[in-house]
Write a protein that binds this ligand. Structure first.
Ligand SMILES: Cc1cc2nc3c(=O)[nH]c(=O)nc-3n(C[C@H](O)[C@H](O)[C@H](O)COP(=O)(O)O)c2cc1C
Length: 384
């Protein structure tokens, strides 16, 4: 049963989804339709391997759960992946860098799921040219599905259904063992480097940095507004728009009905709803027990995609190890007010001149995390 405190804490916590938790009352408020995509992968696979790959890929992590992928099936063995440009995050992600990292996650999960069927998924990135400052309508990838019995299965496949972003405070009495970090960094993908550390001095610095950076995003009206506008409060809103930041549960729905919880209140400094967001995130940022980060040699579009592949592989491997992963992107964001944090982050994580830290995540052990909503696959398929 959710305590009043833990429920209250969910208010306005960017990315907190209290969906799928256990109480009887709550079970009636569970947005079943919004969670259906997670159940779908347990049913018999579709005959078309592409649809099997994509029903897994739509479960990939992605910024603010915007699910910007558009999937076009071409002929019998190909697909084109484009970005729904309305689903970007222009304030916190002005160059669509994080959005593209999400596509890297999507492509890697699709590839792993195709390999499970003995099918090689070949990726041709940006077949019609590489976008520059912002993404555009040109495809992000052309995919070819080639049946090939020599395609090795990927052990990370089994973790796709249970992978989560763990946006809970972690248990500070439970350190992360070095061998777990060693497993997570043992396999390095091409084009991006996965690092991890449990060093005491780094943890202290990273906790402070992530909190300072979160406060900048929170106190900058236009960047906090971007998150607030994407909050879906209560089952009806979540079912209608199974994306963005889901806030649900009987207690919160009651508060919302009573007029005490709304996007307006969460966005307005001084209200309880607004203050609860900071209380919640203070305890989250103070409990990172280790950190993982993804670095690329420069910051090309190809490297951003590679960073996404590396990130989701790290997240899936951590899932196999039972370790919680929470991406915390604020310090890496490219809006003006964040510049000092961006510099501090690159210094702390040892980036050489020209290198980019593309992802940062806190690691630790926390309470089980609920699934986040997804649009059904049909919704992300576009006609030819
Ligand atoms: C590039 C990228 C950046 C992200 N940044 C954050 C972040 O700063 N804070 C956060 O709580 N979650 C962050 N996330 C996690 C997403 O919110 C999460 O993947 C999405 O809500 C779906 O939930 P799931 O990963 O549990 O399936 C990020 C994910 C990606 C791929």
């Amino acid at each position: 049963m959710l305590s009043r405190r833990s429920v209250l804490y969910a208010v306005g916590g960017a990315g907190l989804a209290l969906v799928g938790t256990g109480s009887m009352f709550w079970s009636k408020r569970t947005p079943e339709r919004a969670l259906r995509a997670w159940n779908d992968i347990a049913s018999a696979p579709p005959k078309d391997v592409r649809l099997d790959a994509f029903r897994h890929a739509i479960l990939a992590p992605n910024p603010h759960n915007r699910q910007p992928w558009q999937i076009r099936l071409v002929g019998d063995h190909e697909a084109l992946i484009t970005c729904d440009l309305e689903r970007r995050l222009p304030e916190t992600d002005p160059f669509d860098r994080q959005i593209l990292i999400g596509f890297g996650c999507f492509l890697e999960v699709a590839r792993i799921a195709a390999a499970e069927r003995g099918v090689l998924m070949e990726v041709e990135a940006f077949p019609d040219g590489v976008p520059s400052e912002r993404l555009d309508r040109r495809p992000i990838a052309r995919l070819r599905f080639v049946a090939n019995n020599l395609t090795p299965k990927d052990p990370l496949f089994a973790a796709i259904a249970t992978r989560r972003s763990n946006k809970q405070p972690f248990d500070t009495a439970r350190p992360v063992a070095q061998f777990v970090l060693d497993v997570m960094t043992a396999q390095q993908p091409t084009g991006a480097r996965i690092s991890a550390s449990r060093d005491g001095a780094l943890i202290r610095e990273a906790r402070k940095l992530s909190w300072d950076a979160w406060m900048i995003e929170f106190q900058t009206e236009r960047t906090w507004r971007e998150s607030v506008d994407l909050m879906r409060i209560g089952r009806a809103e979540i079912e209608a728009n199974p994306d963005g930041i889901s806030i649900g549960g009987p207690f919160l729905e009651t508060l919302a009905l009573a007029g005490q919880l709304s996007r307006a209140k969460i966005g307005q400094p001084g209200t309880t709803a607004n203050k609860t967001s900071t209380d919640r995130y203070r305890s989250i940022m103070a409990t990172g027990m280790a950190y993982s980060w993804i670095t690329t040699n420069a910051n090309s579009r190809i490297e951003q995609l590679a960073a996404g592949r590396a990130y989701v592989r790290m997240n899936l491997e951590a899932t196999r190890q039972g370790l919680g992963v929470h991406p915390i992107s604020q310090a890496l964001q490219e809006f003006k007010e964040m510049e000092p944090m961006f510099g501090r982050a690159h210094q702390l994580f040892g980036a050489q001149p020209g290198q980019r830290v593309q992802m940062l995540a806190r690691l630790g052990y926390g309470n089980p995390v609920a699934r986040t909503p997804r649009w059904p696959l049909e919704n992300r398929l576009v006609g030819t």
